[in-house]
Write a protein that binds this ligand. Structure first.
Ligand SMILES: [Zn+2]
Length: 773
């Protein structure tokens, strides 16, 4: 049976684009590409700081910072005024003669690299927000206003600002083990959310009161690392690379404001009412979220303005950043969550009236689900609270313990399906960022995918536990399949600012890749164990991409270099074609059996059209029968006695087990596959047999190890195969399923009937106008 042969032209095959890889070893003769080549020559050489296993090395180090900050949020001028006393502990083995700080607000300064380097292609429209940003930055007075920088003793320190970075020169090099003291007095104007899509912004609510979300608001120490020294890349888009720090922050706001922040509130008696404190206590063991500040109380508070101010005092330990939110209009609900290790974490949400009725229903519940799923898949949530703020930002943004989330219902209180699941999804995602990159402190400015990709993968697992069949897009390989064929693809291993399409390359493709690893390549148990190992090795430390790749292999015992190479370092896609199916049976060597088989095969061939039309033709041998001889009595398949004797001898010489195989009678199906997309993948085969049974075979990707263009898989069975589907569950992101069926399959689609369109001419339009008048 030779059926459904799909012709693969040589030209097509030659165009199969394998990535031009930085292979140190090249086969230049046959264009053979080694998709399974080990990654050691690409990954950094292991050091005492980063071991070859992917674990932190025995000499692992990272810096540590302490911030003691007094900050005033001036509501009248929409301004931050601050004084930051910073202790920088040099735990590296290197003397440091200067420190680098991140001055992210400078992104909104006129002529910042971020502003000037924006690509605004000419199209039919330009977003109004982009136009607003251009004009507001051009006319506004934004960015850090540095009043003084001194050491702890009042001596001024020389410094120079380089776009969003600032270098502070130390009088003497800071030796390993020493601590430098730094005091920075500063201020900046807060940008309006109306004009600039930012992570720090304010808005004016319907009731006239402000809603502030304040991040990137203090001079932050840049990360000093073992792999790149100081991370001094300007802030364009890529989020920060930071070291862990302890914070002691006093936030001065107008008296009627409610503040929520990273860290633990130190003076609840001074800023919370008795009722609020009692309700917080009750919330710890409540069955469902309870209001700490009710909608009515938030309304009353908004109306209460007396010009006084209050200080909210917070402390946070071992966090990489600090953010806060402030508004008089916050409604506040909370519920305690018990971690597996027996601590109570407060899940809570703060939001203005605009967020209702959506937020009181879903925000805190989404946090609780996140704490549960992420806690199980990674490690228990280590901080005292996880808070979701309805902030005037776009989409969502994460900080330790504090997540800013944008979705709101319509003004009339209704909301779309998209908004509902958008809110649940974004709360899970931003709270999930507490693990990546807040606990597993990856370097976002270099590798966006290490936090966004891993987090997108986990937020999908979480939302799957929320509700059955919840709209989920990011981690399903089938949704990525077509996108991965686009010509403007980039490898996942691209620097954060250089992504053309972050949402696809840095988020969705990583989530899909990890789903393929978990469901198709490794299996859930091996993947989950390895993923947990990565988190436990790198919690409160700073991993690099190779640390992730190496750890997953090291902990699972599965060689995945081919997977990292294809999915993370190349732009190949998956398109494997089931080209041909051939059934073979074993030659019995029995001349009578074989002759009969050959005769049947010949008889089964279609007769030539000429022979058919010649039927009934009178031939010469009909007229002269004496022309017929021996060969007219015996066809080419006639068996001679000598052949039979030969067969008997052969059988006599055979061992019993050889004879058994000789007469096996099974069907040998040879399945030919070709690789059209470039990515090697396991072959998942769904096989229907003629007897009505169904079987699935999962062939590991290593089948492609010696030939990445074509392979043949042999299936031995006593049954007859009726049909085969390659990737029956659409789990491998195969971009072209039309070549995955044997025999071929008819696709069902709907097409629209296009009607003739008529557009009125000018005279008709004028007449219409007349009629209306
Ligand atoms: Zn994110």
């Amino acid at each position: 049976m030779k059926a459904g042969r799909i012709l693969v032209s040589l030209a097509l095959n030659a165009a199969l684009a394998f990535p031009v890889f930085a292979d140190a070893v090249v086969q230049s003769k046959a264009g053979h590409h080694d998709a399974f080549r080990q990654m050691e020559e690409v990954w950094p050489t292991p050091t005492e700081v980063r071991a070859a296993s992917g674990a932190p090395g025995h000499e692992y180090w990272q810096q540590f910072v302490q911030y003691d900050i007094d900050v005033r949020l001036d509501d009248a001028t929409r301004r931050i005024e601050g004084r930051a006393a910073i202790s920088y502990e040099n735990r590296s083995p290197d003397p440091l003669s200067y420190l680098w700080l991140q001055m992210d607000q400078n992104r909104f300064k006129r002529h910042s690299v971020s502003q000037e380097s924006r690509d605004d292609p000419l199209g039919k429209s330009i977003p109004i927000t982009r136009m607003a940003e251009i004009t507001i930055v051009e006319d506004g007075d934004f960015g850090y206003d540095i009043k003084s920088i001194s050491d702890g003793k009042g001596n001024a320190l020389p410094h120079s600002v380089v776009d969003t970075m600032m270098r502070v020169d130390l009088p003497t090099p800071l030796m390993p083990g020493e601590t430098a003291e730094l005091v920075v007095e500063y201020g900046f104007n807060i940008v309006s959310a109306k004009h600039v899509s930012n992570r720090t912004a304010y808005e004016i609510l319907e009731n006239g009161s402000p809603n502030y979300f304040i991040s990137m608001w203090y001079p932050r120490l840049a990360a000093y690392t073992d792999y790149a020294g100081w991370i001094v890349k300007a802030f364009l888009y890529g989020e920060p690379a930071l070291d862990f720090a302890d914070f002691d922050v006093s936030i001065e706001v107008p008296e009627n404001f409610t503040v929520s922040a990273t860290g633990v509130l130190q003076n609840p008696d001074a800023v919370l009412s008795r009722a609020e404190r009692d309700r917080l206590e009750d919330a710890k063991t409540a069955k469902k979220p309870v209001f700490i500040i009710t909608p009515q109380e938030a309304q009353d508070r908004t109306a209460r303005e007396n010009g006084d101010s209050r200080i909210w005092h917070y402390k946070a330990e071992n966090v990489r950043d600090f953010a806060f939110a402030a508004s008089p209009s916050f409604i506040w609900d909370a519920k305690g969550f018990e971690t597996a290790d027996g601590r109570t974490v407060m899940a809570q949400s703060l939001y203005p009236p605009e967020a209702e009725p959506l937020w009181s229903r879903y925000s805190t519940e989404a946090i609780l689900q996140t704490l549960e799923t992420y806690g199980r898949m990674t490690m228990d949530y280590p901080y005292p609270h996880a808070t979701s703020i309805n902030a005037p930002i776009r989409s969502g943004m994460e900080y330790p313990m504090l997540a800013a989330n944008a979705p709101r219902p319509e003004k009339d209180g209704t909301y779309s399906r998209r908004t509902k699941y958008g809110l649940i999804g974004v709360v899970i995602h931003e709270v999930g960022h507490n693990w990546f990159p807040m606990i597993v402190n990856s370097d976002e400015r270099h590798w966006l995918w290490m936090d966004e990709g891993l987090n997108s993968f986990l937020d999908e697992l979480t939302i799957q536990e929320w509700e059955e069949d919840v709209p989920s897009v990011r981690s399903e390989p089938r949704h990525l399949a077509r996108l991965m064929t686009r010509p403007n693809q980039q490898p996942i291993m691209t620097q954060s600012d250089a992504y053309i399409n972050r949402g696809i390359t840095g988020y969705a493709k990583v989530a899909a890749a990890l789903t393929v690893l978990r469901e198709t390549v490794m299996g859930r148990e091996a993947f989950d164990t390895a993923f947990k190992e990565y988190v436990s090795r790198w919690a409160f430390k700073r991993p690099q991409p190779a640390d992730f790749f190496r750890t997953v292999e090291d902990a699972s015992g599965i060689d995945l270099d081919w997977f990292w190479r294809g999915w993370f370092y190349s732009t190949d896609h998956v398109d494997i074609s089931l080209d041909q199916v051939t059934r073979a049976t074993i030659d019995t060597k029995n001349p009578d059996v074989e002759a009969a088989w050959k005769r049947d095969q010949k008889a089964a061939l279609p007769r030539s059209i000429t022979a058919q039309r010649n039927d009934g033709m009178e031939r010469r041998t009909d007229r002269e029968p004496n022309l017929l001889d021996f060969y007219n009595e015996h066809d080419e398949f006639t068996v001679a006695p000598k052949d039979r004797k030969g067969y008997e001898k052969l059988m006599a010489d055979m061992e019993p087990w050889e004879k058994e195989l000789q007469n096996l009678g099974s069907n040998l199906y040879f399945l030919d596959f070709s690789n059209k997309g470039g990515l090697v993948m396991p072959l998942i085969l769904g096989i229907d047999y003629e007897d009505g049974s169904y079987e699935e075979k999962r062939i590991p990707a290593q089948i492609w190890q010696r030939n990445q263009s074509r392979v043949t898989k042999l299936i031995v069975t006593d049954k007859e195969i009726k049909k085969i589907v390659l990737d029956p569950h659409l789990e491998t992101a195969d971009a072209d399923m039309s070549n995955n069926y044997w025999p071929g399959k008819v696709d069902d689609v709907r097409i629209e009937l296009q009607r003739r369109k008529t557009t009125p001419n000018l005279m008709q339009k004028m007449n219409d106008d007349d009629k209306q008048d």
